[in-house]
Design a protein. Structure first.
Ligand code: SF4
Ligand code: SF4
Length: 213
């Protein structure tokens, strides 16, 4: 008799626990049902990458002086600079340039230190390939103009969270001309420059970063 009562008690306890967990799961479901959708219907819709997004590197062959600074500052000595010495001009002449994006960590050091600014980071992030050797871009592939989400007629560009007005999480159906929450870097730089250089109550205003964009 005592065993039977214990079994019934355990069964009831298990039933209550199961009902409690189902209730907790449904509470999460109902909570999400009242939220606005933030799904991006990729590849028909794409988020606009951030202004300083570090994507595929763009290379301008004619500007390169084959100095190999990009190789020395690269943490893995990745760029391959193939040059020959031109006896007539007594200068290095670039023959071939390549970067393997299967190995690159997109740190941007090469772009930062290149003395002729022939390297730049683009917002292109779709680099998937079936063969990893296809990710080794030569100077022709690197010279291809960067892909822009906002210029693709087959894609609906959506604003990222940083570009949405304050409190808005859904980038769909935004009214035209709606203001973004964050300010543009160039606006912040202009504001810093407009401030007086010294303040009577505090230290000097910090120098605004050099905005190349
Ligand atoms: S640092 Fe710039 S100029 Fe020098 S080899 Fe690299 S890409 Fe060319
Ligand atoms: S982005 Fe970084 S890892 Fe990639 S090539 Fe440039 S320096 Fe090397």
């Amino acid at each position: 008799m005592f065993n039977l009562l214990k079994q019934v008690g355990d069964y009831a306890k298990g039933t209550f626990q199961a009902a409690k967990y189902i209730g907790q799961g449904l509470a999460v479901t109902f909570d999400h049902m009242s939220r606005r959708p933030v799904t991006v219907q990729y590849p028909y819709e794409k988020l606009i990458p951030s202004e300083r997004y570090r994507g595929r590197i763009h290379f301008e062959f004619d500007k390169c002086i084959a100095c190999e600074v990009c190789v020395r500052v690269c943490p893995i000595n990745l760029p391959v600079v193939d040059w020959v010495f031109d006896k007539q001009s007594k200068k290095k002449k670039l023959d071939h340039y390549s970067i393997d994006f299967g190995v690159c960590i997109f740190c941007g050091n090469c772009v930062e230190y290149c003395p002729t600014n022939c390297l730049s980071m683009t917002e292109e992030y779709e680099l998937a390939a079936y063969d990893r050797h296809e990710l080794n871009y030569d100077n022709v592939a690197l010279s291809r103009l960067p892909y822009k989400v906002t210029q693709d007629p087959a894609v609906t560009p959506l604003r990222e969270f940083a570009y949405l007005p304050a409190g808005v999480v859904d980038p769909h159906d935004l009214p035209a001309g709606s203001q973004r929450a964050g300010r543009h870097p160039q606006d912040l730089v202009a504001e810093l420059k407009a401030q007086p250089a010294t303040s009577p109550s505090g230290p000097e205003t910090p120098e605004a970063p050099n905005n190349k964009e």
